[in-house]
Design a protein around this ligand. Structure first.
Ligand SMILES: [Zn+2]
Length: 305
């Protein structure tokens, strides 16, 4: 069995994973920003407690971490959301747990999980986009994760989609992430709700703060005009992003993961349709299979390949 850890900006999820990818148990804790070495020690101690008496049955510990990662040396170079910089996280956790620790960028972990156990299993090449707080991108070529120089992540989410467009968390303007993340969808949902007090979106979120990545989708299914407009704009931007990425990589299929992809085929069919309308192209788009557990499973996959 393997320990898979999904390190997020707000919480850290730890799972006990079987070789077939099944998660046997899962626990999480809230991230408290502290001295980075202390945060790494806290993680090590949490994992140790989580494992309990099963230590001898554990093959290794995989970490999925946001930011720029040096996989070879087990270092998180930089992770803006966690305020980590040159953190030797694998060494610290390994010293506490006495098990081998491996690390991977979180978007790549999601792609790896789909490659080994999920929707990407039967494809030679695919691009996975995770539509969450940000937009992560994982690229698989010839059934291998493409990680670029130093195994650092590719930054598909920060390609420019709109010149001088919406501001992005990375400091640039008009990135794919600023239009296709769940955060971008929620931003547009809230604007539309404020402009239209009779929208059915208010039935799904009675206060603006309750609006989430599903609100506009659900109201649009009932024919609500302003929700339909939000969804059409969102899907159009996603389709334009996919066409752009497809021009370079031309994979067999695109996989969509992250919170927005909970809409499954309802989302992917719309995106395929929009790609056809905009670019007169047929590009295959499928929902990911592992969703919220892709970080844990992908991190565990570091010991399966
Ligand atoms: Zn950006």
């Amino acid at each position: 069995m393997i320990i898979g850890v999904d390190i997020g900006g707000t919480s850290i999820k730890v799972g006990l994973v079987k070789k077939d990818g099944t998660i046997i148990k899962k626990e999480s804790y809230k991230v408290v920003n502290n001295n980075q070495e202390k945060m790494a020690e806290e993680l090590g101690n949490f994992i140790l407690k989580f494992i309990g008496d099963d230590l001898s049955a554990i093959q290794g510990i995989g970490l999925a971490c946001p930011g720029i990662i040096d996989r070879q040396n087990g270092i998180c170079h930089t992770s803006p959301n966690l305020f980590w910089h040159e953190l030797h996280i694998c060494e610290i956790v390994q010293n506490i747990c006495k098990k081998e620790v491996r690390i991977i960028n979180d978007a790549n972990a999601a792609a790896l999980a789909e490659l080994v156990l999920g929707a990407g299993k039967d494809f030679n090449s695919f691009v996975m986009l995770t539509l969450g707080t940000g937009v992560g991108g994982g690229i698989v070529i010839n059934h291998e994760l493409f990680e670029g120089k130093d195994d650092s992540e590719t930054e598909l989410g920060h390609w420019t989609l709109v010149e001088n467009g919406e501001p992005c968390n990375c400091g640039k303007k008009g990135c794919i992430e600023a239009y296709c993340s769940a955060s971008a969808l929620i931003r547009e949902t809230k604007i539309a709700m404020e402009q239209n007090s009779s929208s059915l979106m208010w039935d799904f979120a009675d206060m603006l703060v309750k609006a989430n990545g599903q609100t506009a989708f659900e109201a649009a299914k009932l024919g609500d005009k302003s929700a339909l407009e939000v969804i059409n704009n969102y899907v159009t931007n996603l389709a334009r992003s996919i066409i752009k990425i497809n021009d370079v990589y031309h994979p067999e299929v695109f996989l969509l993961g992250g919170g927005v992809s909970l809409q499954k085929e309802h989302l992917t069919h719309k995106v395929e349709e929009a790609i056809m309308n905009i670019g007169n192209q047929k590009i295959r788009v499928l929902p990911s299979k592992l969703n919220n557990d892709s970080g844990i499973v992908g991190a565990a996959c570091l010991f399966l390949k």
